[in-house]
Design a protein around this ligand. Structure first.
Ligand SMILES: Nc1ncnc2c1ncn2[C@@H]1O[C@H](COP(=O)(O)OP(=O)(O)O)[C@@H](O)[C@H]1O
Ligand SMILES: N[C@@H](CCC(=O)OP(=O)(O)O)C(=O)O
Length: 372
């Protein structure tokens, strides 16, 4: 029983080109509908889902009747533009059969490295997830150049897992998982069931590159697991053609390769948050709140805040300082600066009366607080 998998609330599911396109013969719609059925079941069980789907280039190639992947960038980009249409159509119509909507998100490297665009992408994705719509993400192939490509969607999926703070990244591929040698030329290779993502011994086994359609191979999947681990996510690399693969993962069955983060979810997430987000404002605490945070490991309630400085939105990072200006902690604010102004010094029970709604009783939850 894999409790980290069965208990995961937010999944990023990545489906590679090799799998989606039935070995180059266009999109494998039958396989897609089987995954969709399972994703809908996960959704019904309360799992929040984000889908990262490759296959634009491969689907475009098949629409154009091309059998070999072109090497010229503009041809690849043209194929991606053509194929992306079919790809999102296929996902949307398949999910629609179950009364679910999808939303297309095309991302580039710049979108995730630029702070503002990063936060925009994050809020949009969160809004979609809250609306119970399934975001279908791919790289924005038509506008990227070689230098700024993610190149493989394994890396993109891991960065998305960081972005949405997923607990689980599921990489569906054409092999049953990660083997201790490339199964293409080692028929005796054994499946690795569990490992730590940072285990250096894995570098040697994930050595070779991807197949004819996919780009990454195991190396990028391993790198993806390490990136995902930075925000505390577990990664599963598993065969997308295994019967009822997602259902069986959810049930805790030991299939595929589970790669675990070195630290617990919370510690990893906090460290990642600390290094990742710019601070947008300051909350000046009273003495009681200072000791609740620094000694009691408590959340920050509005009642313990004396002053709000700066301009921040819900979900942005703020600095918490003592009355003498000493920095105590940093954390993600549950309310914007304007809202915070209205509720500071007040009990959490009065938030609804003051704002007309209540997001959370805490101004900063302790899970999102990093003590300094
Ligand atoms: N140690 C390994 N275990 C499993 N597969 C490996 C390993 N090393 C290399 N591979 C290759 O990686 C391929 C999967 O990567 P890729 O073709 O990029 O697929 P995808 O499109 O799913 O990302 C497999 O078909 C396999 O041949
Ligand atoms: N953005 C590209 C995907 C790149 C790629 O091949 O990724 P993958 O098959 O996941 O290794 C596409 O949609 O064709």
């Amino acid at each position: 029983m894999r409790s980290k998998v069965t208990g995961a609330q937010r999944w990023v599911v990545k489906i590679g080109s090799a799998l989606l396109t039935a070995d180059g013969k266009g999109l494998d719609r039958a396989a897609m509908s089987v995954w969709v059925e399972q994703m809908v079941a996960l959704h019904e069980a309360g799992v929040e889902l984000v889908l990262v789907s490759s296959g634009a280039v491969a689907a475009g190639m098949s629409r154009l009747g091309w059998t070999a992947r072109p090497s010229a960038m503009h041809e690849l980009q043209a194929a991606a533009a053509i194929g992306q249409m079919g790809l999102v159509q296929a996902w949307e119509s398949s999910f629609a059969e179950h009364g679910r909507h999808t939303a297309q998100i095309l991302l580039t490297h710049d979108d995730l490295s630029d702070r503002k665009r990063y936060l925009n992408a994050r809020s949009t994705l969160r809004a979609l997830v809250e609306l119970k719509v399934i975001p279908v993400i791919n790289e924005n192939d038509t506008v990227v150049t070689d230098e700024i490509r993610f190149g493989d969607n394994d890396t993109l999926a891991a960065l998305v897992a960081n972005l949405v703070e997923a607990d689980l990244l599921v990489i569906l591929t054409d092999r049953d998982g990660m083997f201790d040698a490339d199964p293409r030329n080692n028929p005796d290779a054994q499946l690795i069931y569990e490992a730590r993502a940072d285990d250096p011994a894995l570098d040697a086994v994930a050595g070779s590159v991807g197949g004819a359609l996919g780009r990454g191979g195991m190396q990028t999947k391993l790198r993806a697991a390490r990136l995902a681990a930075r925000s505390g996510a577990h990664t599963i690399i598993v065969g997308g053609r295994l019967e009822r693969v997602l259902d069986r993962l959810k049930a805790g069955e030991r299939i595929g390769t589970l790669l675990s983060p070195e630290r617990g979810m919370l510690a990893a997430r906090k460290q990642w948050l600390a290094g990742h987000l710019q601070t947008r404002g300051t909350l000046v605490l009273d003495a009681g709140a200072v000791s609740a945070l620094s000694q009691g490991n408590k959340s920050l309630l509005p009642v313990g805040v004396k002053l709000v400085q700066g301009s921040f939105r819900r979900g942005e990072m703020v600095v918490c300082v003592a009355p003498d200006g000493r920095e105590i902690a940093r954390g993600l604010a549950n309310y914007s600066a304007l809202e915070a102004q209205k509720i500071i010094g007040q009990s959490s029970e009065s938030i609804v009366g003051l704002l007309g709604y209540m997001a959370e009783p805490e101004l900063v939850h302790r899970d999102n607080l990093i003590l300094v």
